[in-house]
Structure formats: C-alpha cells, structure tokens
Design a protein. Sequence first.
Length: 436
Amino acid sequence: EKPSSARGGGTMAAFSDADMSEWLAKQASLAEGKPEAWVAETASQLASKGFLTPRDLVTLNSGEPLTELGFAQDDADAILTAAESDFSAGYCAALESGTGMDSIDVGFDEGPLKLKFKGIAAAVENTDIILVAGFDSEGGTGPAEASGKIAALDCLAAVNGKPLAGMSFKDAMTAIQEEAFPKTLTFKKSSTATFPAAAPAAPAEDASASASASSGGGSSSAPAEEAVEVDENATQMEGWLDKQGHVNKSWKKRYFVLKTGRLEYYTNEPSEDNSNLQGTISLTGSTLYSLQEPPCAFVVQAIDPSNGSKKAYPIRAANDASRECWVELCRLHGSDALMTGWLVKQGHIIPSWRKRWFVLEPPCKLHYFTSPAGEWKGTIQLKGATIKPSNANPKLFQVHTLSGEDKDFSLKADSSGDRDQWVRSCRSVTSGEEEE
C-alpha cells in the first residue's frame, strides 16, 4: 500500500509535521525494552517506503506492509495502532472543540464512486471514525477522485444529510449503500487541528503495549497482558449475491455471510431449515478487484487449499453500491489488486502467443488466468525482476525473473499506453527498478 502523504489537503494534512523519529521517541509503549538505536532504525525503515510522518501510516488496513519491511508482526500492529490512536484523539478533540475542522459536501449522480474507506475506533465504544483510505483507480479514475474535493484521511460525516456519527464501520457502509443516487457525502477536513503529543512515559509496572483488533473495519487497543479476542464466527455482513460456477458458468443466487477471514455461501439464509452451506471462500491472502463486465460484479481470487494456487470466484451484486460495500469489507481481510487486464503472453515450450488475464498482486506477484474468472495458469515472481520495454515493438515488454530458475517472459499489451502502465506498475513492486 502506498502512504497517504502523496495526496495533500486531507484531514491530517494540517496536523503536526513532526517527523517519524520525533513521534516514535514519544511513544513510551513502543520503545519500551528496545535498544537505544531503535527509534532511528525504525524511522529509517519506515522512510524507505515513504512513511515519513505518523499520518502516513493511518490509511494502512493492516500491519502487513510493515512486516514486509522486516518488522515483527506485534511491532507492526503496535506502530499502526499507535498512529491510529493519535489520529482518533486529534480528530475527536477537534470535533469537541468545534475549531480546526471544515465541512465539505460532494455530490454524485451515479456510481461506483471507487472510493476506499477505513474505520478507526472512536472514543465511544463500538463506534468508528470513517476515513478515506484512498481511491480505486482500476479501470480509470472514478468520480470520487475526479471531483478533486476528496483526499486521503478526510473523514466521512454524513450521507444525504444523515449523520454517521455513533455508527460502526459496518453500519456506516450499509447506510451509504442504502441511500439511492444521486447522493451527497459530507466530509470533515482539518484546517488548524493539531496532532496530539503522546502521553508521558508510564512507570514500568504500568507500561502497556498496543495491539490491533478488527471489528467491522475499526481498530482498538488493549494492554499487552490482556489477550485481544476476535470472534471468528461473528457476522460482519450478509445478504444475497450471485455466484458464477467454475464448471458450469451460469450464475446462481446464493446467500453470502462475511465472517473473520472468510466468505460463506448458502442456498438460503442460514436461519432457514432448508439452508445448506455450499462453500467457503478463504479471504486470507486473497486479492479483490471489480469487473467492468458484467456490471456490478467483482472477483475474489483466493488461495486454493488443495494445491496453493489461486482460484477466482466471480460474484455479482444487485447494484454498484452493494458491490462497493461488499468489496470494502472483504478487502479488510485480503488486499487490492494493483492492476488487472488482458495481455498476450508468449509460451516457453511452444512459442505461440496466448491471451491471458493478468492480476498484479502485492507485494510482488503477477498471476495469469485464462479469463477474469478462469483457470489459473501461472505466477510470475517479480521480486528482484528486471522489467524492460521493447524498443522494436511499442506494445511489447519483457520480464526477467530471478526466482528459482532464471526465466524470461514476453508480454504484449493492446497499446503502447497500456504497455507503459504495466511496466510502471510492475517496476513499482520490484526491489530494484531498471532505467530504460
């Protein structure tokens, strides 16, 4: 995930410009028991991926991007939770004082808005602050980003004049879904609010560490000695959707239930006597993306437990708002595809060209399938790979991988513009970029 500081003007834009080192030094629970050089080393690790201030961390949906930098899972979760807690404290204080916050209304005639939200635990129990975590640019710029009025870390306050204060993330997403177009979203932006200073260092016997817990998209903190329990059977969202079969490509109506780390689908509502569980889609390690065709559809690419390969599950909602809501909640358990689309790939044994559907998945994998909902054919490992556009053919580029046996892949896009976008996206996830 990219840090939010790349887009200015949001709620956190006017918060303290203290750099990461200053902020980390004030986090007593984070630095406790760490060597003296921990603050400087941690700030350097975070800066290597563009996390220069604590506000740059807030849009992350999990600590996974930090574990990829080498942080232990507990440390990654604690750093993210501390940043979220400070954001929450500053936002709530600004609302209570009535100063430093501006309100803006943005109207939309149609969807999908292609807007990503995140919930952060508010001061009142079981309520969340709903903030903008970024934009879904797959398939082009959406109306939310195109408006030029919305920025990462803006906080959603109302939809069509109906306040969202006091709601959980799940309830807020449902409220957005239920409102018909045209709809107006009200955001709170910061003008003069300040990022709060960390609490003074606690005595050793009272020191505590933070841990993240997910509840409908929100997060909370708890003392280290108390285990944070997550009810894996708690329902986060449920409702009717259409699912496309893998053998028979027809669409069948199924009742879906989103629980921690998985999607279950039934023939009827689970409470009904004639309901049967038809299957479970694991969201752990999954990748999600929306489809332009058919309308209102999205795909969950899950890991097949039988062989570890990727398996695509095409799902269709009744309307764009419903699709947005399902994708928004499911992506909290998986990750977004960085880019998807058709490319033509040259075979290695038989050098013929075949059209394949490619999915660029974080942190550095490029999967290819027979179609958006088709059979998985292979994965190109991009870590350390060299991505080179062809000088002779404006649509062609080569990928030279270093994973396992060295292997060259020749790929062809529909246009030179598409080729260049694929090259940029693939290079962005490799450890070392090659200049043209």
